[in-house]
Design a protein around this ligand. Structure first.
Ligand code: 0X9
Ligand code: ZN
Length: 380
């Protein structure tokens, strides 16, 4: 079956774009703008959207898109499951007094899930966590947290990092979904989910729909109960070992703030994702929105790149994502950053390797600010 990447707009009030996102159509939504959606769909699905009254403009067939962007040169700069483990081990071995490589769980296929604990004292009171690669195809989301870990260790004897690491701990897990990542490298570059064998033959649960806050409360394209869909929520909350590993780390360590990296679209998303309602607590809302807006400014200050701060549900509705759970369950600062690029035309999920470094550079001050805020001693 041939699939394509399409830009969909609304041609009539009868078929508004919001309906496209709030109906259970099983679409793989890549990008949402004020008046368009970019998605990947089978040709029959695209025909169906046209029949429903949408304008469907083919940007490219999926296969030539992948061949054009997913070159060997494009892959060369990125970690694989194996090289990430080597590099994390090297970082830990090079800084034994301050860093420790911890296996926080195992994936569906039995791969270790690695987190680097960075800090002078095990069991410090203040802890912050960074996660990458819930979604297999979002390779840049491995590289930013990995480089953050490297940066913290390289700068562990100078301020402000030294002070932070004396008082607190930074946990970095750059690849939460190694099975999916391996699958994108060997078989299907656009694979998103984990590699769970579902009942009735389909494969994969979306790890970013499997967390236990408001889990399963939506049934839409972007948060689906159909096992073969890209955003399948799973049979129950925390059914997936990758997600349980994150849950157990956050719960056991009493993590005080969580930043989860994804791609693409250049956004800084704060809760809620499951509802259009704003966070009810005024103080929480203004601190979370304020932090997202500060991050937007910090990113822009580096290379002038625009990342837009917004409530997650404004992108599209999802139930059971990581940061709804960490905020909903633990009331801690929780953000999702969608990294480069801005659009499918710039590669979408297949970001050219020469973009890794500038993407990290523009995210460095933001990540450090997140650490500073979470680890800062309480006022008053
Ligand atoms: O769909 C997701 O899980 C995230 N986007 S991605 O393209 N990386 O898959 C966004 C999660 C943020 N939550 C909401 N948009 N509700
Ligand atoms: Zn993602």
């Amino acid at each position: 079956m041939a699939s394509l990447i399409a830009r969909v707009t609304s041609s009539s009030a009868r078929s508004p774009l919001t309906r496209l996102l709030t109906a259970p159509l099983g679409l793989d939504v890549w990008e949402v703008g004020p008046d368009h959606v970019v998605l990947q769909a089978e040709e029959v699905q695209a025909d169906r959207l046209e029949a429903m009254g949408y304008l469907v403009e083919q940007l490219q067939m999926t296969e030539p898109y992948v061949s054009a962007f997913a070159t060997e040169a494009a892959a060369a700069g990125y970690h694989t499951v194996a090289t990430l483990e080597q590099d994390l081990r090297r970082l830990a071995d090079g800084h034994p007094e301050i860093a420790e490589l911890v296996e926080i769980g195992r994936s569906v296929e039995g791969r270790p899930l690695w987190a680097l604990r960075i800090g002078e004292r095990r069991g410090s009171a203040r802890k912050v966590a960074f996660f990458g690669c819930h979604h297999a195809r979002e390779w840049i989301s491995v590289e930013v947290p990995y480089r953050l870990a490297e940066h913290l260790l390289d700068n562990s004897s100078s301020e402000p990092v030294q002070g932070w690491l004396q008082q607190g701990e930074v946990w970095v897990a750059p690849m939460v979904n190694p099975d999916g990542h391996e699958h994108t490298r060997t078989t299907d570059r656009l694979w998103r989910k984990n590699r769970r064998r579902n009942e009735r033959g389909s494969i994969g649960v979306d790890p970013n729909r499997n967390y236990g806050y408001m889990w399963g409360t939506l049934d839409v394209s972007t948060s689906s109960h159909v096992p073969s869909d890209q955003t399948y929520v799973g049979p129950r909350a925390f059914s997936e070992p990758e997600v349980r590993a994150v849950r157990d780390l956050v719960a056991r360590q009493l993590i005080g703030g969580v930043l989860s990296y994804h791609s693409y679209s250049q956004l800084v998303l704060y809760p809620w994702g499951y509802t259009d309602d704003a966070i009810e607590d005024e103080a929480d809302l203004s601190s979370m929105r304020g932090l997202a807006e500060d991050i937007q400014d910090l990113v822009k200050g580096v290379h002038g790149t625009t990342y837009v701060a917004q409530q997650a549900s404004q992108l599209y509705p999802t139930a059971g994502d990581t940061t709804d759970w960490t905020y909903g369950e633990y009331d801690v600062p929780s953000l999702t950053i969608e990294l480069r690029p801005a659009s499918a035309l710039e590669g979408g999920f297949i970001l050219p390797a020469d973009q890794i470094e500038p993407c990290w550079e523009e995210n460095r001050p933001a990540a450090l600010e997140f650490i500073r805020r979470v680890l800062a001693p309480p006022q008053g």
